[in-house]
Design a protein around this ligand. Structure first.
Ligand code: SAM
Length: 237
């Protein structure tokens, strides 16, 4: 499959991983864009609640219906209930509905943010939500030497930066220094061609895992800051 689908599949497999106990039931995706990840969340049987957030109201207007149940979902209802909410807002803001999320997903989001917003994203995710799992993907600029005509350029006009493996690793270490109740595992998606293994994967991937014995400190004065676009309850057996 193309790289963007490989990313969704890798994220889905991480969420399905047997090592999570209990398995994540509530998942938040920031920068959900066209809601393409939604159908992959639906393939994870233990997920009961998905909150999809994007700052772009136009994109959500157009695509939010993708979060709704399909005819096939009525023909083959799930064992577990599933509610999907589509909200318009920024990862820089801490909406109360994010609380209680067991996993947070940011696929190709951080490189679209100014550094100041990346800092706010860190406090929203690791300070406010404090999920058991946080998954990030972002381009690996070391891989760009393999992309023709890309020297000195970013892969997309809206990218504010593209990090090398060292820069991405430094960012994850900075987060661990501030939030020492997390560990991180770094890998990637999209293998390089034979003979170019030294450039690493096309996309970098970090999975932050909250320490088992850590008891989250949840904020008490949060309120609803995002706009609700859609709320769907999927058919259940
Ligand atoms: N995750 C999507 C996927 O895998 O299909 C692609 C993400 S797209 C490259 C980046 C998205 O981030 C855009 O839809 C953009 O509107 C959104 N975005 C940018 N700044 C944001 C912010 N501060 N909070 C939430 N979403 C933001």
């Amino acid at each position: 499959p193309p790289l963007y689908r490989q990313r969704y599949e890798v994220v889905r497999e991480i969420l399905k991983d047997k090592r999570w106990s209990p398995p994540p039931a509530k998942v938040v995706e920031f920068g959900c864009a066209e809601l393409a990840m939604c159908s992959y969340f639906k393939q994870v049987p233990h997920i009961k609640e998905v909150i999809m957030v994007d700052i772009d109201a136009d994109i959500l207007d157009y695509y939010a219906c993708r979060a709704g149940p399909l005819t096939s979902d009525y023909l083959n209802p799930r064992d577990n209930p599933l509610r999907v909410e589509v909200l318009c807002g920024s990862v820089a803001d801490c909406d109360v509905r994010l609380l209680g999320a067991n996993a947070v997903v940011c696929i190709e989001l951080i490189e679209h943010l100014e550094m100041e917003i990346v800092g706010k994203l860190e406090s929203t995710i690791f300070g406010f939500i404090q999920p058991e799992i946080a998954i990030f993907t972002t381009p690996n600029s070391d891989f760009n030497v393999l992309l023709k005509g890309m020297q000195g350029k970013f892969r997309h006009f809206d990218h504010k930066f593209e990090w090398s493996r060292q820069e991405f690793s430094d960012w994850t270490q900075k987060i661990l220094a501030q939030y020492p109740f997390y560990q991180v595992e770094i890998s990637g998606v999209g293998s390089p061609p034979k003979g170019s293994e030294d450039v690493g994967y096309c996309s970098q991937l970090a999975v932050f895992i909250r320490n088992h014995d850590y008891v989250p400190t949840l904020s008490e004065d949060a309120s609803e800051l995002y706009t609700t676009f859609r709320k769907y309850d999927h058919p259940v057996k």
